[in-house]
Design a protein around this ligand. Structure first.
Ligand code: ZN
Length: 1043
């Protein structure tokens, strides 16, 4: 057994180097220098999450409890982390805010480019040693004691903070504050704009909002109401005054607000009507005994003998080992899943398993069916604010016990009536207790200001380079086509800004005969001309908007302006949106060159293949800081990067990451030279513009007492301890969190996790979407392994590896991935298997673990030895962080199908369409044959490789050509032919595309096509010049495990 924090090889270079010595000449997969895992120590400041200078020093990819989640240098790496905070612990305690402006800086009128920031990291007082990762044995998870704060004196988030004593009260640990971002004192940030931007914001109401969400969503503050310092200008009775029991609860009769007809009073509430409870925890516990997994799940597999473990149908998530009565109520794994479907009872047991514990969420996914509850009474636990859910227990008809903190709560009178069955006295049959996923229409207590209108601001690069790409045509046309489909209502507002070396605004005031362009050339101190006419009501100014969209593409065709003042344009856009919040969509085609946020090229093509010295960290914290300001004002920034050249996505991406936006990337976009990208952009814009959107959102994830969430992955800002700030939330975003077992769960048989997302819909409704997942607690290592969810584990490890790449190095991250497999399989071998058989023995649940980790090593984010461009790698990393698990797995381990012989056998029938379901093949050239055609679905790209001897039938009936030589060199579409073969494959491809929010480009690849290399690169099981084959990888793992 290896030591905690030390790889199985005892701190030496994990053995990989040795084995790969021979391969190193050709850029070995493991050509990194010695791994410094031996250095691991909880005292090493590995944990800061942003220190790119640290030695590679952890075996498990955990940047640990990073309490400094948003320091200047961390990009999408360095996930946002909080200390364990048990938010169910009774009365809250007041947070003490540190002195503001401990980091005085002088404002400077920035000049481009912004110098690269010194790394704040280990010199940062906030970066005191922190405990190491949660699932490392012996890692104590304490909050740092001397956590300090650095506030930028002009940071808008601090500006609109109420005085320190008015910090929201939260329960539990008091060592944290609600504002965690640390300024590194970058002078470039201290510009006039920020000050004036804030000063000009007269909307005090919106300023108050930001410190009160915590109270609204609820961190147990009710126990200690402390309202004295609330902003006196607030007129609404909101947030802090959320009554501990809504008035209706005290009513003896059924409140009228339920809409309950008086006749329902006739229903007796007598005990005979109380037929509960199949749901009580005690009951559950009793009914759990005697359960067992499917026999297949109990198999132990020797991977060296049974090589084909990949199922022919899509891999399904494991079903938690729960009684079927509970499981049938459980949350859909597409929305909410856990890396371990059997939760280890203690941290010690979790440490032994060497598997990461965490959740993967897709909380705002489009749903076909979503129960929506409209009731004035949202029943929540008085202690921990958990929403009542299917896994609470009813002690009797009048009391329910919280499944997260175990407090016994009263059942409010109103809840006694079931609006669905119209029966009184059935609280356990209410929709809230029958659905693990549910949405509430939130009453006014959940608002801090009137719900904001939908606001959409578009910011377009119109420099020479941008005009050259021709993207404006596509985007404007797309907007014209979808203008009426933008989610919204009569309050929807829209606006446009364009920029090159200057910034252009467009007055769209109702009544104008045509849009009016206003040019602001002072990019040092941007001001907003006529702010009231720039963001206009879409309905009232629709014709002007349409006029503008029709003329915009022509307006700059003659431009010679090559400069790009992106930073000042973003500042202007932020200023314009601050009073309301909303969505900012930014289109950029090059490296910003002017004003704040200007960047320098720093990609060195000849170092692309090296795992070292690549620039994964942002070169300035301008974008991050601006993003935090945006977050504070409920503005999310989505970045569309359409660039053939290096544009420093590592820096630019921060604008989206911390404001809860999304990044889209179209390398080498050109309207003529790259028509596939044009098609992709159009399709994706269609989705982007019309998909559901939530505004001014916050999300909190709660878990049963004893468990603790400590690191968050995704695009957002951790506002207070565990409250995620999401100025926008979209249905295509995924999130992940890491957890630890803080207190023994020995007295518990079930644990629950609940996410609550409070948002404003595009119709101006305040809504709360709640998902609750229930899982069993187990006491043996074998049970932990049996319940492992290998996809969720791989997804969480990928997130951790992105952080690791940024905070340490790519090679470190890669080693850590490998060690994750070695350590867990070693633990299984030494602690679970009784007889030490030869081979590589794995539990059935982890049979694909080595394969998926190998696939991650070959994934664009983490691969070495290729020509991956830096921005492409960064984009892949952004995707890892922001994509729901299902898409991440597809980009990591693509699905391969043989498609020249599609049949209707086993086909799906959806709306009269027949969709073939060919078996999934292993990713190895062994599975290919020259007489066939094979489709690889790699998530964002589909590749159809046609073998040289492919049958004439396929060529003519599907591709529409008479012979192989006639297949076009570039073919990105299949003709719709009137043949069953054509119909089948087109149905299949369309169906694959419909499954996802982005548009996968299709490439038809001939044998001699240059694209063939891309196709082969995804053959995860094969050896490449820089990467091991699956079999070699297994041998390596075995060697390490059997040490
Ligand atoms: Zn509770």
């Amino acid at each position: 057994m290896s030591q905690p924090g030390i790889p199985a090889s005892g701190g030496a270079p994990t053995g990989l180097q040795a084995q790969n010595g021979a391969a190193s000449a050709s850029g070995s997969l493991y050509s990194n220098g010695p791994v410094q895992n031996a250095l691991v120590s909880s005292q090493v400041s590995v944990n800061q999450g942003y220190n790119s200078q640290l030695p590679g020093s952890y075996p498990h990819l955990i940047p640990a409890k990073t309490l400094n989640p948003v320091s200047g240098q961390s990009n999408y790496g360095g996930s946002q982390t909080v200390s364990p905070l048990s938010n169910y612990q009774g009365p809250g305690q007041t947070l003490h805010r540190p002195p503001v402006a401990s980091n005085p800086v002088t404002p400077s009128l920035h000049s481009a480019p912004v110098p690269r920031m010194p790394l704040p990291t280990s010199h940062n007082p906030a970066a005191t040693p922190m405990p190491s990762g949660s699932f490392l044995p012996g890692a104590n998870v304490h909050p740092p004691l001397n956590w300090q704060y650095n506030y930028s004196s002009t940071g808008s988030q601090t500006n609109h903070c109420p005085p320190a004593s008015s910090q929201p009260t939260i329960s539990g640990n008091t060592n944290l504050t609600s504002h965690q971002y640390v300024s590194s004192g970058d002078p470039s940030f201290q510009n006039n704009f920020i000050k004036s931007g804030i000063a000009s914001n007269t909307n005090n109401g919106s300023m108050v909002v930001h410190n009160s969400y915590d109270e609204i969503e609820g961190g147990g503050f009710l126990a200690t109401p402390q309202h004295t310092n609330k902003n006196p200008t607030m007129s609404r009775s909101v947030g802090y005054s959320y009554p501990s029991l809504p008035p209706g609860y005290q009513n003896t009769g059924p409140p009228s607000t339920t809409g309950m007809p008086p006749s329902s009073l006739n229903y007796s509430s007598g005990p005979q009507g109380f037929t509960q409870t199949p749901l009580g925890a005690n009951h559950l516990a009793a009914s759990m005994s005697g359960l067992s997994l499917h026999p297949e799940g109990l198999r132990v597999i020797n991977l060296l003998q049974e090589r084909n473990m990949l199922p022919a149908t899509p891999l399904r998530p494991p079903v938690p080992n729960l009684h079927e009565d509970i499981q049938k109520l459980n949350c859909n794994p597409e929305l909410f899943r856990c890396t371990l479907t059997s939760i280890p009872q203690t941290q010690a047991l979790l440490n032994k398993a060497k598997l990461p514990l965490g959740l993967l969420l897709h909380p705002f996914k489009d749903l076909v069916q979503l129960p929506v509850v409209t009731s004035s009474t949202i029943v929540r636990c008085r202690s921990c604010r958990t929403y009542i859910n299917p896994f609470v227990s009813f002690l009797d008809q009048r009391r329910w016990k919280c499944n997260l903190c175990y407090r016994v709560n009263d059942v409010p009178e109103e809840f006694m009536y079931n609006p669905l069955t119209r029966v009184y006295g059935e609280p356990h049959r209410r929709p809230e207790v029958q659905n693990a996923t549910i949405e509430f229409m939130a009453p006014s207590e959940y608002m801090l200001r009137p719900p904001q209108p939908p606001v959409y601001l578009f910011v377009f690069d119109v420099s020479h380079n941008a005009v050259e790409t021709g993207y404006l045509n596509s985007v404007c046309q797309s907007l014209l086509d979808n203008l009426d489909l933008l989610p919204g209502n009569t309050r929807t507002k829209i606006g446009f800004i364009t920029f090159d070396s200057t910034i252009h605004f467009y007055s769209l005031q109702e009544g104008l005969s045509q849009p009016q362009m206003l040019i602001v050339s002072d990019i040092e101190d941007v001001f907003i001309p006529m702010p009231e006419n720039l963001l206009v009501n879409l309905n009232e100014s629709k014709e002007l908007v349409q006029d503008l969209l029709k003329t915009l593409p022509q307006m700059f065709t003659k431009t010679l302006e090559t400069q790009s003042a992106l930073g000042p344009a973003l500042q202007a856009a932020f200023k314009l949106m601050s009073p309301t919040g909303g969505r900012m969509s930014v289109f950029q085609t090059q490296l910003p060159t002017l004003g704040v946020g200007a960047l320098r090229p720093r990609e060195e093509p000849n170092q692309r293949s090296s795992a070292k010295e690549i620039h994964l960290t942002p070169s300035t914290d301008f974008y991050k800081k601006l993003a935090l300001d945006c977050s504070g004002q409920q503005v999310a920034v989505d970045l569309f990067l359409l660039s053939g050249q290096y544009s420093d996505l590592a820096s630019l991406g921060c604008i989206s990451r911390y404001s809860a936006g999304s990044v889209y990337y179209y390398p080498s976009y050109h309207h003529q030279q790259n028509p596939v990208q044009v098609q992709k952009l159009q399709k994706e814009l269609q989705r982007y513009l019309t998909r559901k959107i939530g505004f001014e959102a916050v999300m909190r994830i709660r878990c049963t007492k004893g468990l603790s969430i400590h690191t968050f992955h995704g695009n957002f800002f951790v506002r207070s301890t565990d409250l995620l700030s999401l100025p926008n939330v979209n249905p295509d975003a995924g999130y992940a969190v890491q957890m630890s077992v803080e207190e023994s769960l020995t007295d518990t048989q079930l644990v629950s996790f609940q996410s609550a997302l409070l948002y404003t819909s595009s119709k101006g409704e305040r809504r709360i979407r709640v998902h609750t997942l229930c899982l069993p607690v187990v006491s043996t290592l074998n049970e932990v392994f049996l319940g492992a969810d290998v996809q969720a584990i791989s997804g969480l490890l990928a997130n951790m590896a992105v952080d690791r790449s940024v905070t340490a190095s790519l090679s470190d991250a890669r080693d850590a991935l490998v060690n994750a497999v070695i350590d867990s399989l070693s633990a299984y071998r030494s602690s679970v298997l009784s007889n030490q058989q030869p081979g590589l023995m794995v539990p059935f649940s982890l049979r694909l673990f080595p394969l998926f980790v190998l696939a991650l090593l070959k994934q664009k984010s983490f691969q070495t030895g290729t020509n991956a461009r830096l921005d492409e790698r960064i984009f892949a990393m952004c995707q890892v962080k922001n994509q729901p698990l299902v898409y991440l797995m597809l980009t990591t381990h693509p699905s391969l199908y043989r498609v020249d012989n599609l049949s209707d056998e086993g086909a799906l029938n959806i709306n009269d369409r027949t969709i073939p379901q060919p078996p999934i093949l292993q990713l190895s050239v062994e599975k290919l044959s020259r007489d066939g055609a094979f489709l690889m679905d790699a998530g964002s790209v589909l590749m159809l490789w046609v073998g040289k001897n492919c049958g004439q039938n396929f060529l003519s009936q599907v591709l529409g050509v008479q012979n192989y030589a006639l297949i076009p060199q570039i073919m990105t579409d299949l003709p719709e032919l009137d043949t069953p073969e054509s119909a089948r494959i087109i149905a299949f491809i369309s169906w694959l595309r419909e499954q996802r929010p982005f548009f996968p480009i299709l490439y038809v690849i001939r044998d001699e096509s240059p694209m063939k290399a891309n196709f082969l690169q995804n053959m995860v099981e094969d050896r490449t010049e820089s990467a091991l084959s699956y079999y070699e990888f297994l041998l390596h793992i075995q060697q390490q495990v059997n040490k």
